[in-house]
Design a protein. Structure first.
Length: 135
């Protein structure tokens, strides 16, 4: 796992845990990612020093605006890729696993084209459903 991928995975998981639990602690991240507590603690110190997150006196973890931006973009790529893969017939489990790998390497331009494609397909499907109801 390269540095960018590792950073994105940690930040995305913090965002997921924040939405689910409200607060995030190192132990939550260790469980979610199935990493040891010392490994997680070291990475959190690294991410904090790079301005992606803050840790308060209660050991609660908060994304900074910079960290949130990276986490949300990674999550958006992940979810969009899952939708795309499922649309072309990939099983849900495989779509999830492949999206987890690809979300770190896809460009904004490519993702935007995939999203446009999905939007056009959705519009076409809605029109097709409407036309079949009218018949």
């Amino acid at each position: 796992m390269n540095t960018q991928e590792s950073t994105e995975m940690y930040l995305k998981n913090i965002l997921i845990l924040e939405k689910r639990n409200g607060t995030v602690r190192a132990v939550d991240i260790a469980r979610q990612m199935q990493f040891s507590r010392p490994t997680v603690s070291q990475q959190l110190k690294n991410l904090a020093s790079r301005g992606y997150l803050e840790i308060n006196e209660k050991k609660q973890i908060f994304l900074t605006p910079q960290g949130r931006q990276v986490a949300e973009a990674t999550s958006r790529f992940h979810n969009g890729l899952i939708d795309f893969f499922k649309m072309i017939g990939v099983s849900e489990d495989t779509a999830f696993e492949d999206a987890c790998r690809m979300e770190h390497y896809i460009s904004e331009e490519t993702f935007d084209r995939i999203k446009e494609f999905l939007d056009n397909c959705s519009q076409y499907e809605t029109l097709r459903e409407q036309l079949s109801k009218d018949s």
